[in-house]
Design a protein around this ligand. Structure first.
Ligand code: SF4
Length: 439
């Protein structure tokens, strides 16, 4: 199985992985041994979509060697292209959208039993489609929990409302039941997932609690150490949620709050329904509630009509906020969205130049913010071995409560995954910290 895109796709693939295992399917070590391939796709940006097509092209050789080998395509690109995959790639026999995921394990069994069958699972459901869970005996220390599906915002550049459908909040009882189960299986950190978590419950006409209340309920679960959530929309960020950052013990001091642009003009054309003043008010409120909070964001450069002045406004607000990190992208037209009809388009060269300037500015902020942490302390949850190992020691990587990557050297060979240490930060690098355990 190959997964492209956001954390929701990663969480969907994790569920599918567990479910297929419990249905008796076995993950092969090499591609040559596989009876079928699954690609979970993303269409938010152009590049991941192109990757899907080239990935599918590559699978042709396996089908040619053994005609019973087939491919399955899921996620946002599957929802958009739909049965078109069957025509373009005859060895694709299953396409499924995000709401069809729950039916994939059963469909795969049907496909194995009937070599002539092709199945498409592309309908949107009215309610959040609950999935049958198959938990292992022990879980890794971190887990994602979906709290909703889809989005009602229709930002001008975004395909999500078309590919994941309208917002459907999951029942709070189901969410809490899943969180409790995960904690009982050893999970210490839960990240709540949704396209716009701040509007959780608002689609249920008073049948559900709001997002702030949901956070409080999960924070109260015995055994949970860390709670995070993503993604937030600034227009729906309530005072109660902001205050939760100063009040809830498990809620980590990090918020990803997508800004997209610092220009009011561009924000209006994007249909974001907030302006820079409102965004800065939110930042002020968050820092008042929790002075240690780290802030990350998403930024788009080269939206249609973006002038040098608009772009400068983005750089200005970056300097005003001082983001700890950001994900930045060049705007690209996605099929069927409003901004694809907007003009004037910005040239690739200008987009590249702006992205370069913006990313250099962010690197300065990131390095500066990390350097400020030297000498400070925080709790670090170890996630696994560090990518780079030094001789004579064993390096492990984790994150502090602000979400910063921290590498720690240990003298023993023990597996520290899932352990939480009080750590003092001794050095900073471009994107990470080095720390030592405080004994
Ligand atoms: S809020 Fe996010 S997911 Fe929803 S339409 Fe806007 S960008 Fe897309």
């Amino acid at each position: 199985m190959q997964t492209y895109g956001c954390q929701m796709n990663v969480a969907d693939s994790d569920w599918l992985d567990r479910s297929l295992k419990s249905a008796g399917f076995v993950k092969t070590i090499s591609e040559e041994q596989a009876d079928f391939f699954i690609i979970n796709t993303c269409s938010v940006r152009e590049k991941p979509e192109q990757k899907v097509y080239s990935h599918l092209g590559r699978l042709k050789e396996f089908h040619e060697k053994n005609p019973s080998v087939f491919a399955c395509v899921g996620g946002c690109v599957a929802q958009q292209v739909g049965k078109g995959f069957f025509e373009r790639f005859p060895y694709v026999r299953l396409v499924f959208g995000p709401d069809g995921l729950a039916m994939v394990p059963g469909s795969l069994q049907r496909l194995e039993n009937n070599q002539h069958l092709k199945i498409s699972l592309l309908d949107f459901e009215d309610h959040y489609p609950e999935r049958i869970e198959n938990w292992p005996d022990k879980m890794p220390p971190q887990a994602f929990v979906n709290i909703m599906q889809g989005c009602d915002n229709f930002c001008a550049y975004c395909v999500v409302p078309y590919t994941r459908g309208r917002q459907k909040s999951r029942s709070s009882e189901e969410i809490i039941r899943e969180c409790s189960k995960l904690i009982s299986l050893g999970v210490l950190e839960i990240t709540l997932l949704g396209q716009n978590v701040n509007s959780y419950g608002l689609d249920r006409n008073g049948q559900e609690i709001n997002f702030a209340r949901l956070l409080r309920k999960i924070d109260g679960l015995h055994g949970l150490n860390r709670l995070r959530f993503t993604t937030s929309h600034p227009k729906d960020m309530s005072r109660e949620v902001i205050e939760a950052f100063g009040e809830l013990e498990t809620l980590c001091s990090h918020l990803h709050l997508p800004l997209q642009s610092g220009s009011d003009n561009i924000l209006k054309n994007m249909g974001r329904k907030y302006n820079r003043e409102r965004y800065l008010e939110l930042v002020k409120g968050l820092r008042k509630a929790n002075p240690d909070i780290t802030l990350s964001t998403d930024l788009i450069v080269g939206f249609p009509g973006e002038t040098d002045h608009d772009f400068q406004q983005t750089l200005d607000i970056m300097n005003t906020v001082g983001f700890d990190s950001s994900f930045s992208f060049k705007y690209s037209d996605r099929p069927g969205v409003r901004s694809s009809l907007m003009t004037p388009k910005i040239s690739q060269q200008v987009k590249s130049e702006r992205l370069d300037i913006l990313q250099k500015l962010q690197e300065e902020w990131t390095a500066g913010k990390l350097a400020q942490r030297i000498g400070g302390r925080d709790q670090v949850l170890i996630e696994g071995p560090s990518k780079k190992q030094k001789s004579g020691v064993w390096s492990w990587q984790g994150r502090d409560r602000g979400g910063r990557v921290v590498n720690i050297d240990f003298k023993t060979r023990e597996d520290f995954t899932g352990r939480i240490f009080e750590v003092k930060f001794i050095r900073s690098k471009k994107h990470s910290l080095e720390g030592e355990v405080v004994t």
